[in-house]
Design a protein around this ligand. Sequence first.
Ligand code: UTP
Length: 294
Amino acid sequence: MIDLAVIPVAGRGTRLLPLTKSQPKEMLPVAGKPVVQYVVEELIRSGVHRMLFITGAGKTAIENHFDIDNELIDSLRATGKEELLAELAFEREDADYFYLRQRRQLGLGHAVLCAEPFVRGQRFVVALGDSIIGRGSESKIVKRMVDLFEKHGDVKGVIAFEEVPRDEVFQYGIAQPGRDHGEFFELDDIVEKPSIEDAPSCMAVAARYVFSAEIFEYLRNTQPGKGDEIQLTDAIRRMVHDKKRFLGVPLSPVETRYDIGNFESYFTAFTEFALADPTYGPAVRQHLKKLLDR
Ligand code: UTP
């Protein structure tokens, strides 16, 4: 059973400065909740209950967020604000939280490698802490990926992919899909940030992975690449070249990926989530409509 998710949240988030100067990008609000709460709720809904955060300098707000805050609960009760207790229900979700520090920000691949002593040979999920999949945490992508992994004994990794417009492929890790099985495809190769002409497809890596512990061996032997960082995609690529079987799973149409790593997609995600809010959405919609009609 795959019950552990590694959630890297140690990156500096420089593309969101000055917002991220003294707060983690994973704690930025997207309508009513911080990004990383959506990620955790999605994982719990997919049957993953142990969360291992790879944290770093300036990220303690994440630990505080998932703690049970009895002082706050008592104070809400004492001041007659019981109705707000529902907003803290996530603290009591059926999940365990663990924290490890990435002491130097050497890239996503290095952040995952930091989890090795904890993972101890298990199979595990990796969910990027700055990316939401699907509004309202309705995505079951991780569950589909875990099921596939468990069904195919020879598989070493399963990766979520999202179809992106051709003129955006140079921003992502892009799949070279092999045989198509409908619900998933064989991953023949993966290319990091290809040019538009060279891209083997428009399927971009979408922030969710399932790995066997063999990935650590490859990460340990991965040389720093772009920006002097150890790239997760490089390790995956070398495994695929060594004929280790990887599967790709496309996101379904309701499983849009919201990347909170740059301003354009952060603003878009915030607007979309605010519009979908059952309480405040209608008023926001009216206001936006007025602005757009002007
Ligand atoms: P990004 O690739 O967006 O990198 O991280 P970044 O360093 O956070 O952001 P920029 O490029 O400076 O704007 C994707 C995910 O991987 C984590 C981040 O916290 C984010 O959730 N990450 C990245 C780490 O945990 N450690 C790292 O060294 C880099």
